[in-house]
Ligand binder design. Structure first.
Ligand SMILES: Nc1ncnc2c1ncn2[C@@H]1O[C@H](COP(=O)(O)OP(=O)(O)OP(=O)(O)O)[C@@H](O)[C@H]1O
Length: 510
């Protein structure tokens, strides 16, 4: 048998070569052919996958936060606003170029790495946390200028999750992971539904509680929301900003995974379901407001480009079990590069919170957030909705009503009647003064959020000192007495001196 095989192999073929030589040549040729065709096949597969990702979608109706408003309570707002998105003044061409960068960064179809990676991803904040990004030149997200004074926290790793360090700041989830976490996006796990998606409560495989936002199945809008959120907060860490833990891109699906914040939101505490748990105390209101102010100061003054949230309102202020505020919902955020005074954009936001100049002109900068913050503060002090059509005509608009009350020396009457323990006179005056400054119709006159933080922090001491004598001691107040009685606050001069980095150097003194 063996000798027969040997005889066959050494046999001379008609082309003059022995059989074993011919077989050897054929095997080598086959190997070369396979090596040549393999890359072609890989390229073909990539193209097929990209096509899949571009499937038309949008069975779900477009929900827009675009505002169409009228004149309410004397506040003149534009009647309707149309698409001007992306027209950036001062040559701040952020959106297109940087978004592409982010797309590549997120492996969403522009990068050659896309297809070598899993289609689904999860952001993982590793030990280096945001600080690893401050030097991330390739990133389109904001980087940090300052740390400690803005209440930054370092992110801890999510133990037990698959790690994917390709982006330097994330793991990658699959849709399956998130289906598992949310019990297949069951109704019982729905936390709420916003303009752009449904938010589910979930638990990751390692036990971490999360909130999963499933963006509406409208690829254009979902894609935009998705990018904006990731660009705005993917790189930043602050104890008063909700932490973005991950995301998933799979086919037409876009999901964002956040830390779960377990104690409702400010809107629910002031006007909704959480009231069943008791009245939110003055102390906790101020704590929430201060946390919100710190996060905004960070977004406006500590990172580059600065982030304008654009939708500051009570339902976007999440609350944890220690009554710390966490700003959420960055889907409308805009980035503002250094030296850029504003961007021009479609007017978005929530009625009652939108700054008049932004509503009227579409010109946006961080002072629009300051206005919304002022409304939020008034809402917290009074327990009233920013716009409430159930009230008499002159009370429908909260800001206008507050001005009327102060002008007629009835400021003490504006405090939320449901508060069991009323604030001290001085604390109430401070809060009203700050809010009035924030809602100044002239955006230039509004304080920076860093100044607001200092004013609020300065308020803590006198507020605590007076606490013992607070009940029923709020006297008659008007704007002048608010000014006179507000300690050493010189609203026009002293507060607001800025250092070279634009941060206030003058402390607000009690
Ligand atoms: N990280 C989170 N932890 C806990 N609950 C959350 C979290 N993120 C959002 N929620 C809750 O999910 C619900 C929907 O939130 P979402 O931000 O999508 O919409 P919204 O703020 O209610 O409305 P809009 O889209 O008009 O801003 C809200 O009740 C919100 O409090």
């Amino acid at each position: 048998m063996a000798s027969a095989l040997y005889d066959f192999l050494v046999k001379q073929t008609s082309i003059g070569l022995r059989v074993w030589v011919v077989i050897g040549i054929c095997v080598i040729a086959l190997i070369v052919l396979i090596l040549t065709l393999l890359p072609v096949w890989i390229v073909f597969r990539r193209k097929t996958r990209r096509k899949f990702d571009k499937f038309p979608v949008s069975q779900i109706p477009n929900v827009s936060k675009e505002i169409t408003v009228d004149k309410v309570g004397g506040q003149s707002l534009a009647q309707s606003f149309h698409e001007r998105e992306g027209t950036v003044t001062n040559s701040h061409k952020y959106s297109e170029k940087d978004s592409e960068k982010t797309l590549a960064h997120l492996a969403m179809g522009k990068s050659s790495e896309v297809d070598t990676l899993s289609q689904c991803s999860s952001v993982y904040h590793n030990d280096r946390g945001g600080s690893s990004h401050s030097g991330d030149e390739g990133s389109s997200g904001p980087s940090r200028k300052a740390y400690s004074s803005y209440g930054l926290v370092s992110a801890s790793p999510l133990v037990g999750l698959p790690e994917f360090s390709h982006l330097g700041w994330g793991h990658w989830f699959t849709l399956r992971d998130l289906e598992y976490a949310t019990n297949r996006f069951s109704k019982e796990n729905v936390l709420g539904e916003g303009g752009y998606g449904v938010v589910y409560r979930g638990r990751l495989i390692n036990g971490t509680e999360v909130a999963v936002k499933k963006l509406l199945n409208n690829l254009g809008q979902a894609e935009k929301e998705f990018r904006v959120e990731v660009e705005a907060i993917g790189h930043v860490r602050h104890k008063n900003l909700v932490r973005l833990l991950g995301y998933c891109i799979e086919g037409i699906h876009r999901l964002l995974v956040y830390e779960y914040v377990n104690n409702g939101n400010l809107e629910q505490w002031l006007h909704g379901a959480m009231r069943q748990r008791g009245v939110l105390s003055w102390d906790n209101r101020i704590k929430i407001i201060l946390g919100t102010a710190k996060a905004l100061a960070y977004l406006h003054e500590a990172i580059e480009p600065k982030v304008v949230h654009r939708d500051i309102k009570s339902s976007n202020i999440l609350i944890d079990d220690e009554f710390n505020a966490k700003i959420s919902d960055f889907g409308l955020a805009k980035l503002l590069g250094s030296g850029k005074s504003h961007v021009t954009t479609r007017v978005m936001g929530t009625f009652g919170y939108v700054a008049p100049e932004y509503a009227n002109t579409g010109l946006l900068n961080e002072k629009s957030d300051v206005y919304s913050f002022g409304v939020l503060l008034l809402e917290s002090v009074t327990g009233r909705d920013p716009v409430d059509y159930g009230r008499p005509a002159n009370e429908v608009n909260l800001v206008e009503w507050l001005k009327l009350m102060v002008a007629s020396r009835r400021a003490e009457e504006v405090v939320d009647p449901s508060l069991e323990e009323k604030p001290a006179t001085r604390a109430l005056k401070r809060a009203l003064l700050i809010s009035l400054r924030c809602v100044d119709p002239d955006s230039e006159k509004r304080p920076k959020m860093g100044q607001v933080v200092r004013m609020l922090e300065a308020d803590e001491v006198p507020y605590r000192e007076d606490r013992r004598t607070r009940r029923g001691q709020i006297g008659s107040m008007d704007i002048e007495s608010l000014r006179e009685n507000s300690g050493s606050v010189d609203l026009d001069n002293k507060v607001g001196a800025s250092d070279s980095e634009g941060r206030t150097s003058q402390r607000f003194q009690a």
